[in-house]
Design a protein around this ligand. Sequence first.
Ligand SMILES: O=C1O[C@H](COP(=O)(O)O)[C@@H](O)[C@H](O)[C@H]1O
Length: 256
Amino acid sequence: MVHPIVRSFATSNELSVSLANLVTELSAKSIEAHDRFTVGISGGSLPKLLGADLKHRKDIKWDKWEVFFCDERIVPLDHEDSNYFVCKKELFDHVPIPPEKIHTIKPELASENEPKNEEATDPVSLEYEQQLIDVFAKASSIKFPLFDLLLLGVGPDGHTCSLFPGHPLLDEKDLWVVYIGDSPKPPPKRVTLTLPVVNHARNVAFVATGSGKQDILHQIFEDPGSNLPSQLVKPVNGKLYWFLDDAASAKLNLPK
Ligand SMILES: O=C1O[C@H](COP(=O)(O)O)[C@@H](O)[C@H](O)[C@H]1O
């Protein structure tokens, strides 16, 4: 049973400072324990909230970071819908992470032939999986990559990464990376980490702000049986955090 650590802040600025504190602490601990910090970042509203304070931190060994993406939309990496593009604008352009340690999902490898959902044979997923293998499974074979931290968003429908409510990809048990061609949120073509990878992480932090997230957060916390993708995030051995602002958490019964 995972007991999430839920924090709500009066302003998104306060949230950004607290989130940066957690990232800084986990980065330092991970580097001390195994000489690197492996982190997966989501798109949407998260990169701005993440970068706002973190980009000013001088006490981080940025050269020890290995950055991956929790999901990516199949659009060019310089397109404003690209999760990489937003992360670059909000964080990577401001901090000295070596470019070869930012492991992009490569949309240019997408084939003309539409791959089927649940197939691991599309070139974008295969190439991204190989990057994960190269970083996480160099010395030995592993069932799933073990991220130090995954930073997740949650959509107003309860989706996280590019895992959507009721979608068959929620049942994936073995693959690390999958293609989705029918995302209900545009753009429709995406590549995403799977739930078993997310649930294998040492730390998972959700970030959600604004009144538009009130109802879904109420459902996530008060109706745990709805099988929303964000509810299926239950790290097996890791910690689960929720970073909210007071507008988003208004319908939750949080301890004062
Ligand atoms: O499409 C996506 O949406 C989710 C949630 O985004 P938000 O703007 O509501 O925070 C995001 O986490 C995911 O990476 C992205 O591809």
